[in-house]
Write a protein that binds this ligand. Structure first.
Ligand SMILES: Cc1cc2nc3c(=O)[nH]c(=O)nc-3n(C[C@H](O)[C@H](O)[C@H](O)COP(=O)(O)OP(=O)(O)OC[C@H]3O[C@@H](n4cnc5c(N)ncnc54)[C@H](O)[C@@H]3O)c2cc1C
Length: 375
């Protein structure tokens, strides 16, 4: 079967790319090893934080502001509420790069951020207990995206525009000859003029087939839901949060739809192969204890563990994304290495991948995500 563009991986980035490509009227095929949204990659767990004054660096802000506009477009086109404006509070030592980047991002891009000392944070949200030398940067316009529902929304719209999605169809081989792409799955052969590779933790394996070795390291991550008092932690009363402690960087979500509070640790994680069956939450002794120690210290009102899950991050050495054309094939666009903070950008990444395939460039600057920085 022949297509204009094949997208390998219909997860966070690939499904959004499929949607934007489908709007161009081209014949699009998306292939996925599973049936997205699913629990085997990096996009499950119901919710993802979106924040705009960006602790990882102010250079991300124009791209995340584009993502914000596109999330709002997706809500309008799909008729679904995918964003909850809970606000996000970022907490840490005033001197830390994370906090300083938030402050400088908010100044440079005139983003509303309330800076408060630890006492003010605790007065406003009695659920927190913070050391005196921490400060809080509260961004009221930010909040929570429903990640799995967002992927579903992109899928429905892409299919409506005529895109084909084949699930449980793992790509086993890719070859390119005279700019023609040939893809083999266990059952089929597909050909196309152009290709998008957005296969999350599996991207490294696939790109090796196109003679490209990228420094991508999949790691095992855990997160868990805890019983929480709805009077204090309901999402209309408590914000999403990122807390940089001396032990590590933790993030979490207020209780949404009675789910309880969800927390995870951002830094660390053991390298794994994405095909290896991962130890379940709790099979590693530290899984539960680490989150409980964090909660006891910083959010002490939280009670019993409900349940936990595992997920994968795909790290790059600088924890910046890779969004670029293949250095040897101008008809292959790549999105990978989202290093545990990519979901909020996925609307803008999808649009950028589509733009790269159609015109070779994106209107929002993505040069910081170029492959040649690893040379
Ligand atoms: C626990 C956790 C919490 C996170 N919290 C946040 C957050 O709060 N905010 C935020 O912005 N980001 C967050 N992230 C990061 C974000 O979720 C990821 O960056 C993002 O989901 C990565 O998207 P992806 O498209 O690269 O991968 P995925 O969404 O995993 O998609 C890759 C797809 O490719 C498919 N695939 C792989 N190989 C093949 C093949 N050979 N053939 C066919 N299909 C294939 C897979 O089945 C999968 O569906 C979090 C991640 C985790 C794990």
């Amino acid at each position: 079967m022949n297509y204009d563009v094949i997208v390998i991986g219909a997860g966070s980035m690939g499904m959004a790319a499929g949607y934007y490509l489908s709007k161009s009227g081209k014949k699009i095929l998306l292939l996925d090893s599973f049936n997205p949204p699913h629990n085997n990659g990096s996009h499950h767990g119901e919710t993802r934080i979106i924040r705009y004054a960006y602790g990882e660096g102010e250079e991300y802000v124009p791209f995340v502001l584009r993502a914000k506009e596109l999330w709002s477009d997706l809500e309008k086109s799909s008729g679904k509420q995918l964003f909850l404006q809970t606000g996000v509070i970022n907490v840490g030592n005033e001197e830390s790069d994370f906090i300083q980047n938030i402050i400088s991002s908010s100044k440079k891009y005139s983003l509303p951020v309330d800076i408060m000392d630890s006492k003010e944070v605790q007065t406003r949200w009695p659920g927190f207990s913070l050391p005196n030398n921490y400060i809080g940067c509260f961004e009221p316009t930010s909040g929570v995206l429903k990640c799995e529902e967002s992927i579903q929304a992109y899928q429905e719209l892409a299919e409506k525009n005529g895109a084909t999605i084949i699930t449980y169809s793992r790509v086993r081989n890719i070859s390119i000859k005279n700019e023609k792409v040939t893809i083999l799955t266990d059952e089929h052969k597909f050909c196309s003029e152009a290709l998008v590779v957005a296969a999350g933790a599996w991207t490294g394996q696939l790109l090796s087939m196109l003679d490209l070795e990228l420094p991508l390291t999949p790691v095992r991550k855990t997160f868990a839901w805890f019983h929480a008092d709805e009077k204090v932690y309901h999402h209309t009363k408590f914000p999403a949060f990122a807390v940089e402690t001396s032990q590590g960087m933790y993030y979490g979500f207020p209780s949404i739809d009675g789910a309880g509070i969800k927390v995870g640790r951002h830094d660390g994680g053991d390298p794994i192969s994405p095909d290896e069956s991962m130890l379940a939450f709790g099979e590693v002794e530290a899984d539960k204890g680490d989150l409980e120690n964090y909660l006891n210290k910083y959010i002490p009102g939280i009670q019993q563990l409900k349940y936990g899950k595992t997920c994968m991050y795909t790290l790059t050495p600088d924890e910046k994304f890779i969004i670029d054309l293949h250095p040897n094939y101008s008809n292959v666009a790549i999105a990978a290495g989202f290093s545990g903070h990519g979901f909020k950008f996925s609307s803008a990444v999808g649009q950028a991948l589509s733009n790269l395939i159609i015109s070779g460039k994106n209107d929002v600057d993505i040069s910081q995500f170029a492959i040649n920085r690893f040379k």
